[in-house]
Design a protein around this ligand. Structure first.
Ligand SMILES: Cc1ncc(COP(=O)(O)O)c(C=O)c1O
Length: 495
């Protein structure tokens, strides 16, 4: 939606939407405009929206487009659509602090039967149960009763020390224990980051597009605006970022989700220069940096610019999402407010588990586990790529040899939804690249996570995807054929 420009009254005096931006799809603009009007309170809870027919006429778009926009906003909880009484703003859908709109469903799908190619999932069978058990017993033995009460809101002291040492050594981060704030996974770290941005007067946060959908949802649930910025194989487009002028940006410089890009050195410098010049904050999501299969990871952006970059990490990929343990490494002046915000959020984290993680890291058990996990994932990735080369020769794999996922660009003529549906029928569940995009379309592709499945399941999955892709291409050719004018079709018929 264009930032400036006069307003266009549409349907009701309350519904003022900015003029169309000719460079953006109208559907996305209308969705964003309505969301923003609801969040800003210009459309009050329970207010009736114009009928789809009236709004379509007013805006000069198809009725179908308006219906789809209303359906999308209903799915996100912003509006309620009732047969007979039209579409209304949801009663609680209010904004900016007071009661955030109902959120889209969480990203983790219901447990699937079959082969689950969910890209965020590590191999849960690798969880180091024995080492974790030893670390927990150590924590129980070490923590005196006096440390089982309230307090240590920034995280258990030993964990802040262990993380600072680990991040300095393994991620070339500029780390001191006093600047580490432990949080409940990356997701809480991102929420705290949003609150820091708001405390500095900001409200627009840029994200990579395509990118991690949860990031956008979390920002929106804080009543802030998500600014999608394109990303390519060299990472986020910093010129486009600067042109959009947000207050902060969330990036994945070590390995992006889903494209698997590494932020190029020139763009790193450009990003830091932009942040310093525009007094913007950068959140560096370092979610899977430990998992590298053919090279060492690049050092963190935070190491380059600890004054403007907040480094966020998690054990969700290296150990297990169930632990809900992550951390932020912050510029010194933001630490007190981050600690206060975490304290207000949930009173601090689980001290015994935090102490156990400190022990696992300090004893070398964490490094040993990550070394073993890396071997396993390297081998799974190789199996997946071999199977793709053999069964799907027309497909292209994108992304460096890292993390837990690849992007598979489908052979010419395939459609994402058709391939997904056909694969699901055979019990194989990848994700569509389209599910990770907001504004910038990508070629038809699937995101394949290889963390959870066994090597045998990965081979089976690729065989199924190959059949599904051929069926989709055939169906499309068939449809195209039947769309042609009769004369041409009859001419092209053999015989
Ligand atoms: C890009 C990205 N960042 C961070 C995370 C980790 O999130 P959390 O620590 O909240 O489990 C994930 C997990 O899927 C991810 O894909």
């Amino acid at each position: 939606m264009a930032k400036s420009g006069s307003t266009l009254p549409a349907g009701s005096p309350e519904l003022l939407l900015p003029r169309w931006d000719p460079g953006q799809p109208r559907r996305a603009q209308l969705e964003a405009g309505l969301r923003e009007a609801i969040r800003a309170g210009r459309l009050r809870p329970s207010a009736r929206l114009p009928s789809s027919r009236a709004l379509a006429l007013e805006l000069g778009v198809s009725r179908r487009l308006v219906v789809e926009v209303y359906e999308q906003l209903a799915a996100e909880g912003y509006v309620l659509a009732r047969r007979g009484s039209g579409t209304r703003v949801a009663p609680r859908a209010q904004t900016n602090g007071a009661g955030a709109p109902a959120q889209p469903p969480p990203p983790v799908p219901a447990p699937v039967t079959g082969i689950d190619l969910f890209p965020g999932a590590p191999d849960l069978s690798l969880f180091p149960r024995r080492a974790w058990g030893r670390a927990l017993r150590h924590a129980l033995a070490e923590l005196p009763d006096s440390r089982l009460g309230y307090g240590e809101f920034a995280g258990t002291t030993e964990l802040r020390v262990a993380l600072a040492e680990h991040l300095g050594r393994v991620r070339a981060a500029a780390a001191e224990p006093e600047r580490v704030v432990v949080c409940a996974g990356y997701q809480q770290g991102l929420r705290l980051f949003c609150q820091l941005v708001r405390a500095r007067g900001g409200r627009r946060i840029a994200v990579e597009d395509p990118g991690y959908p949860v990031a956008g949802w979390t920002i929106e649930s804080e009543g802030m605006e998500v600014v999608p910025v394109p990303i390519d194989d060299d990472g986020i487009d910093v010129d486009a970022l600067a042109a959009a002028g947000p207050d902060a940006v969330v990036v994945t410089p070590a390995h992006s989700l889903p494209l698997g890009a590494v932020l190029a050195p020139s763009r790193r410098r450009q990003l830091v220069a932009w942040a310093r010049a525009s007094d913007a904050l950068v959140l560096e999501d370092d979610y899977d940096a430990e998992l590298r299969y053919d090279r060492g990871p690049a050092g963190t952006l935070q190491g380059l610019a600890p004054d403007v970059v907040v480094l966020a990490g998690t054990v969700s990929k290296t150990l297990a999402p169930a632990l809900r343990l992550g951390w932020l490494l912050l510029p010194a002046e933001l630490v007190p407010i981050a600690i206060a915000t975490r304290t207000m959020a949930d009173g601090g984290g689980p001290r015994i588990e935090e102490r156990a993680l400190a022990e696992l890291i300090a004893s070398g058990g964490f490094d040993r586990h990550v070394r073993a996990a890396r071997q396993r994932y390297r081998s799974k990735r190789a199996v997946l790529l071999e199977a793709i080369a053999a069964e799907l020769p027309g497909a292209r794999v994108r992304g460096i040899a890292a993390g837990l996922h690849v992007v598979l660009e489908l052979p010419a003529g395939c459609e994402e939804d058709a391939v997904l549906a056909a694969a699901a029928k055979e019990g194989v569940h990848p994700q569509a690249l389209g599910a990770f995009t907001r504004r910038y379309p990508q070629p038809p592709a699937l995101v394949l996570g290889y963390g959870l499945p066994s090597e045998r399941e990965l081979r089976e999955a690729v065989a199924v995807l190959s059949r599904a892709a051929s069926a989709s291409a055939r169906a499309r050719r068939g449809r195209r054929g039947s769309d042609r004018p009769p004369t041409r079709r009859s001419r092209s018929r053999p015989g």
